[in-house]
Design a protein around this ligand. Structure first.
Ligand code: SAM
Ligand code: DTB
Ligand code: SF4
Length: 325
C-alpha cells in the first residue's frame, strides 16, 4: 500500500496540525483504494462509522443578493428565475424547524441572500435563533459577512454554528467572486471563532478547478486554527443563468477523493456531503460515507435548488445500515 509520509508538524491527531498543499495533493493522488482505506482508518478512530448527522436548510431571505458569486442562483445580477422573497416571519421559520425536527433532523440551518446582515436583520435573526433553539434543535446560520459585534449577538441568542465557506482555493478565488475577497471571509470566520460559535466552513468543487486547487482548498480549511467543527463539501449545482452554468461536470470519483482528503486532514470534524446529492447516484453517496462523510443536508430543498426527498434518504440509510444523528 502507498504510505503518505507526513512531516512532524502534520500530526493528524492534533486540531492544530499543519498541512501543506503538497501533502494534501499527495493524498488526492493516491490510488483510490489506498485513499479510501486511509480515510476509513482515520474516520473510525474518531467517529461512529455508521452514524450520519442530519441538517435541514431553509432560505430565510431569498434572491436579490448584491454579490457576484459565479455559482449562485441568488445573485441579483444573474437571471436565474429565482423569485425574490423578503425575510420569512418568525412563525414561518419556527414551523419549518418543527417539521424538520419531526422528520429527524438534529440541526436547522438558516441561510440568507445578504452580503451581510444589517442591524434590523440582526434583531429578527436573534429572535429566530432563540425560538428555533427552544424547540431543542441545534441552530446554524449563514448570513454573509459579519461585522465586529454581530457574532457575539448571535452567540448570546444561542447560535450553535455559523456557516461561512471559503468556497475555493485562494489562487482561483478571484475568478469566482470579485465583490469580497478571501481575507474578508477569513475575518468573518475569526469573528465567529472569537464569539465562541462553532465554525462550519467548506467549499464547492466542480467549478472547473484543478485537483491542485482542490488540494489548496482542503489545506486552507485544515490550517484554520483550530480547523472547523463542520466542513460542508458542496458539488456545484449548475443553475442556468449563472456564469458557471455549463462547466464540465466533475468526475464523481474526484468528489469522493475530496471528501476523503478532508476526513484525513480534519479527523474530528463532521464532513458534510452537501449540495449536489440530487445529481449523485446512491453508489457514489455510499462511497462518500465510506470516505468519511458523516453529515448531510436532509429535506427536499437546499436553499433554492432540490435535494433528495427525506423518504429516499431514509431508504438509503436503511440499505446502508446507517443511523441518523
Ligand atoms: N449569502 C451568504 C454567503 O454567501 O455567505 C450565505 C448563503 S450562501 C448561498 C452559502 C453558500 O452556499 C455559499 O458560500 C456556497 O458555498 C454555497 N452555494 C451557493 N450556491 C451554490 C451552488 N449553486 N452549488 C453549490 N453550492 C452553492
Ligand atoms: C453550504 O455549504 N451549502 C448550503 C449551505 N452551506 C448554506 C447551500 C447550498 C446551496 C445550493 C444552491 C441553492 O440551493 O441555492
Ligand atoms: Fe449572495 Fe451568498 Fe449567493 Fe454570494 S453565495 S450571491 S453572497 S447569496
Amino acid at each position: 500500500m502507498t504510505d503518505i509520509k507526513l512531516n512532524k508538524s502534520a500530526d493528524i491527531t492534533e486540531k492544530s496540525a499543519c498541512w501543506s498543499v503538497a501533502q494534501i495533493r499527495l493524498l488526492l493522488d493516491l490510488p483510490f483504494n489506498d485513499l479510501i482505506y486511509q480515510a476509513q482508518l482515520v474516520h473510525r478512530q474518531h467517529h461512529d462509522a455508521n452514524a450520519v448527522q442530519l441538517s435541514t436548510l431553509i432560505s430565510v431571505k431569498t434572491g436579490g443578493c448584491p454579490e457576484d458569486c459565479g455559482y449562485c442562483p441568488q445573485a441579483a445580477r444573474y437571471h436565474t428565475g429565482v423569485e425574490n422573497q423578503d425575510m420569512l416571519s418568525v412563525d414561518e421559520i419556527v414551523s419549518a424547524a418543527a417539521a424538520a425536527k419531526s422528520q429527524g433532523a438534529s440541526r436547522f440551518c438558516m441561510g440568507a441572500a445578504w452580503r451581510g446582515p444589517k442591524q434590523r436583520d440582526m434583531v429578527k435573526m436573534t429572535e429566530i435563533v432563540r425560538a428555533v433553539k427552544a424547540l431543542g434543535l441545534e441552530t446554524c446560520a449563514t448570513l454573509g459577512m459579519l461585522k465586529p459585534g454581530q457574532a457575539a449577538q448571535l452567540s448570546d441568542a444561542g447560535l450553535d454554528y455559523y456557516n461561512h465557506n471559503l468556497d475555493t482555493a485562494p489562487e482561483i478565488y478571484d475568478e469566482i467572486i470579485t465583490t469580497r475577497d478571501y481575507q474578508d471571509r477569513l475575518n468573518t470566520l475569526q469573528e465567529v471563532r472569537d464569539a465562541g460559535i462553532n465554525v462550519c466552513c467548506g467549499g464547492i468543487v466542480g467549478m472547473g478547478e484543478t485537483r491542485q486547487s482542490r488540494a489548496g482548498l482542503i489545506a486552507q480549511l485544515a490550517n484554520l486554527k483550530p480547523y472547523p467543527e463542520s466542513v460542508p463539501i458542496n458539488q456545484l449545482v449548475q443553475v442556468a443563468g449563472t456564469p458557471l452554468y455549463g462547466t464540465e461536470a466533475l468526475d464523481p470519483f474526484e468528489f469522493v477523493r475530496t471528501i476523503a482528503a478532508a476526513r484525513i486532514a480534519m479527523p474530528k470534524t463532521k464532513v458534510r456531503l452537501s449540495a449536489g446529492r440530487q445529481e449523485m447516484s446512491e453508489a457514489i453517496q455510499a462511497l462518500c460515507f465510506l470516505a468519511g462523510a458523516n453529515s448531510i443536508f436532509y429535506g427536499d430543498k437546499l436553499l433554492t435548488t432540490g435535494n433528495p426527498e427525506a423518504n429516499s434518504d431514509q431508504a438509503l440509510f436503511k440499505k446502508l445500515g446507517l443511523q441518523s444523528l
